[in-house]
Ligand binder design. Structure first.
Ligand code: UDP
Length: 465
């Protein structure tokens, strides 16, 4: 007898940072649109979710007995902070999660499966402990990688054949793949080796173990953007990889927000006053921070470029803790107000899809990258940490839809690159390619496309458990 999707429930475990919350909830939307019931488990001590944003899901808030002195505001600018945060989360939420899953399964038994039994646990791979919980309850675990597929290789690749990663991709094997050469994996590996503390190797091992034990691996990417990386990663893991991105385009309403910070929706009225493709959107995501000097040079460069801009400067984004308006001299603020608008947090997907937006200055977070591609926007790239150093290579060297702002941030360089991307010849070429890429991506999530097909296969898999 065929099992109906409506009788099927899954538990989805969120990693509580914005760039991970968004794709997990978007994936939940996709599965829900296929008739699967969704139970969202989330750490309630850090960036707790607001259930009223998605009342169609059931929620399992997890409370840690002791948060080990961890504060969300300390997880800024980078890998160091994120690694420590990840290690602690995996320690303090294992027990509450185990307990919650156990209760759910007991309730299932009492109800004789009337609500539909729990088929699997889908977890952000940064919450790697969830795989061991799935193993313990003998249900399948499915890992989600919220960044590009190439980072699966990045996490598992190493220069050290004697290391104790359960799956070890020698970096030389990656360098032999022509399509991956543009990512300069070797340089990135060396860079990471120098800058990442020892703890990260333990986390690499944990994440690799989770991928290795997963029944399936979901990635928010699009097949044709990354076949080389996807196929290479598939050689090393027995679980099938499902490239079913861009998640946000498949089943989500663009005005539906999962934002931790309050969105300043007033910027849409400001954008409405501008001609098509005239405004540069500038955003460095939810974690990256910059020095007061870089803020000043960025502000001056933007003002001198004479292009309208919408700039997200988050509260506490500037190192030292002062607000941008306290730091910048009044004549610079005046210049900024003439050409641009600064907001604390924007409804980014709505902004990127607005007809007045003509370019995107991004920190190259993966969600921003994929959101920018979906709107056909040429990009200015300024990566800060982690996977952003991979994504920038994809954008500038592989897909050739953006250019990197390299070296120190100086007003003249900022002015030059902004003009080039918004009104220059090279910018025009990049825009053309970006629009072509957008069209190609669209084909993938429409009927018959790769994303469309993989989503159906994934749903078949989940309902078969
Ligand atoms: N975002 C937003 N408003 C902003 C800035 C960012 O809604 O003002 C969203 C953006 O659409 C993306 C996420 O926050 O979905 C950031 O994720 P990304 O992977 O780009 O970067 P991270 O914050 O993880 O560095």
């Amino acid at each position: 007898m065929e099992i109906k999707a409506e009788k099927c429930r899954v538990v989805m475990l969120v990693y509580p940072l914005q760039g991970h919350i968004n794709p997990m909830l978007q994936l939940a939307n996709i599965l829900y649109s296929k008739g699967i019931s969704i139970i969202i488990a989330y750490p309630s001590d850090f960036n707790p979710l607001n259930p009223s944003n998605h009342p169609e899901f059931t929620y399992l808030p997890l409370k840690a007995a002791d948060v080990c002195g961890l504060e969300i505001t300390n997880v800024v600018d980078g890998v160091g902070g994120i690694i420590g945060f990840t290690a602690v989360l995996n320690k303090i939420y294992k027990e509450p999660f185990e307990k919650s899953v156990q209760e759910l399964m007991e309730n299932d038994n009492e109800n004789e499966g009337k609500r539909g039994k729990i088929r699997c646990i889908i977890y952000d791979v940064f919450m790697y402990f969830a795989q061991s919980v799935a193993d313990q309850f003998k249900i399948p675990g499915i890992s989600l990688r919220t960044s590009c597929a190439a980072t699966i290789l990045g996490i598992t690749a190493t220069h050290n054949p004697g290391c104790n990663l359960p799956v070890h991709v020698p970096i030389e094997c990656l360098l032999q793949v022509p399509e991956l050469q543009a990512l300069e994996l070797d340089n990135i590996a060396k860079h990471l080796k120098k800058t990442i503390p020892k703890l990260s190797y333990e986390i690499k091992a944990e994440i690799t173990t989770a991928f290795n034990k997963s029944t399936a691996i979901i990635v928010n990417t699009v097949g044709f953007l990354e076949w080389a990386a996807i196929n290479k990663a598939q050689e090393y893991f027995k679980a099938s990889i499902y490239p079913i991105g861009p998640f946000h385009k498949y089943a989500e309403n663009p005005t539906n927000s999962n934002s931790v910070l309050k969105e300043d929706t007033g910027c849409i009225a400001w954008l409405n006053q501008h001609p098509p493709r005239s405004v540069l959107y500038v955003s460095f995501g939810s974690l990256a921070s910059m020095s007061e000097k870089d803020l000043l040079e960025t502000a001056l460069g933007l003002a001198q470029s004479n292009q309208p801009f919408l700039w997200v400067v988050r509260p506490r984004m500037i190192l030292g803790g002062r607000d941008w308006a306290e730091i910048l001299p009044s004549d610079v603020i005046e210049k900024i107000n003439e050409m641009g608008l600064v907001v604390g947090w924007a409804p980014q997907r709505q902004v990127l899809g607005h007809s007045s937006i003509g370019g995107f200055w991004t920190h190259c977070g993966w969600n921003s990258t994929i959101e920018g591609i979906c709107e056909g926007l040429p990009m200015i790239c300024r990566p800060f940490f982690g996977d952003q150093f991979w994504n920038v290579k994809y954008i500038s060297k592989v897909w050739k839809i953006g250019m990197e702002l390299e070296g120190e941030i100086e007003r003249e360089n900022v002015e030059r690159i902004v003009r080039e991307v918004m009104v220059g010849e090279e910018g025009g070429e990049m825009r053309k390619r970006a629009l072509e890429l957008k069209d190609e991506v669209e084909l993938c999530y429409k009927e018959g496309g790769t994303t469309y097909t993989y989503i159906n296969q994934l749903v078949d898999l989940i309902t078969s458990f």
